[in-house]
Design a protein. Structure first.
Length: 364
């Protein structure tokens, strides 16, 4: 059952159209992540849901109630900001309890909620400290705790980990995942980091230029993108895109011409009209270096050794560079000529409009 329903949501700033008819349904208890490039509208969408920005059209309903025109304080939402937004003159305990005291919650209930939240976030020993005495990670936990004590219907996170160093971001991701499992509350999380999106989300919402490009589970977006934009945005390193110069059909097979080499592609996986040319999308881990019999050939420009794995940057006949995932201990050298085998079962095809015209079968 839909818990948060967003229908044809619009946002204008004078002549700038920031949100262009957003339609999104979120179920109770879901962890939803908004992700996309800078300026795509993800933070604007979050702030409009929160009531920090007014909408220019459309509706927002929460648990069957229209909250589109309600003040942010009346929406039963709690937001955690990138900047922590703690009161510097207050102790951790006072920061945690501030909203409850404003709401005139009884003291005994405030103390119990603060005790419970501080225990779950490992803040017990920090209750008498002020924000300037805390590390970045501790401040962020206080900001999260301040939202939890209110027991809102939805938590909103606006890039809450971007100010932390890499190791601390990993730790906080784990803490957020555990917190979601414990509370079971609906969470909406904005990030520019696709790793956070892929590891935290039940479903990911990819935005581009104020519109939703695709919504799906992390694995659905990774294996079955609906556009070239999504295919390139999800995945590190990003998907390789190789032009197929000519496509011919033979019974149930398509023959794709890649620099003079033909790759057979199942015709029953193509949806829509078949173009004369297409772009073949294939991820680095679905390309294999072989001694002979490869589908395409190239020359190694650079090998990145990352400890547990390696990535070979290979120049093709059209001077395009693609990336191939290789074994960490592979004996690869710059300027080495190599043969590359394509895993056709994991490829996708894009037409001239950058839309996907093929699907990866679920059983593959």
């Amino acid at each position: 059952m839909t818990y948060l329903a967003i229908t044809e949501l619009q946002k204008h700033y004078d002549n700038y159209h920031a949100l262009r008819g957003i339609n999104l349904s979120i179920d109770e208890g879901e962890f939803i992540v908004f992700v996309g490039p800078s300026g795509c509208g993800k933070s604007t969408l979050l702030r409009t849901i929160a009531g920090l920005e007014s909408s220019s059209g459309g509706t927002i309903e929460l648990d069957g109630r229209d909250i589109t025109e309600l003040a942010s304080s009346k929406r039963d939402l709690a937001m955690v900001f990138q900047s922590y937004a703690l009161y510097p003159h207050m102790t951790v305990a006072d920061n945690l309890s501030f909203a409850l005291r404003l709401a005139k919650v009884p003291d005994a209930e405030i103390q119990e909620k603060v005790r419970s939240v501080s225990a779950s976030l490992q803040l017990d020993a920090l209750l008498e400290r002020k924000p300037k005495e805390l590390s970045g990670g501790q401040r962020q936990r206080v900001a999260i705790g301040r939202a939890i004590v209110r027991q809102p219907k939805v938590f909103l996170f606006d890039e809450p980990l971007s100010n932390l160093d890499a190791a601390l971001r990993v730790q906080m991701r784990l803490e957020l995942a555990r917190l979601h499992k414990k509370l079971g509350t609906t969470m909406i999380y904005v990030t520019h980091d696709q790793v956070e999106a892929m590891t935290l989300a039940d479903r990911v919402v990819i935005l581009n230029a104020g519109q939703i490009e695709q919504v799906g589970t992390p694995l659905e977006l990774y294996r079955q993108p609906n556009s070239r934009f999504v295919a390139e945005f999800i995945g590190t390193p990003k998907m390789n895109l190789i032009p197929a110069d000519k496509i011919t059909r033979k019974d149930d097979t398509l023959s794709l011409d890649l620099f003079g080499n033909n790759i057979d592609f199942p015709a029953n996986r193509v949806k829509g009209k078949l173009p004369e040319t297409a772009i073949v999308g294939i991820r680095p881990e679905h390309l294999t270096l072989v001694e002979e019999g490869g589908d395409i050939q190239g020359r190694i420009e650079l090998v990145e050794h990352l400890g547990s794995e390696a990535y070979a940057h290979i120049q093709l006949a059209n001077n395009q560079t693609i990336i191939v995932k290789a074994l960490a201990r592979s004996e690869l050298n710059d300027n080495q000529e190599v043969n590359i085998k394509v895993d056709v079962a994991e490829t996708v095809l894009f037409n001239e409009s950058d839309r996907v015209i093929s699907v990866i079968p679920e059983e593959v």
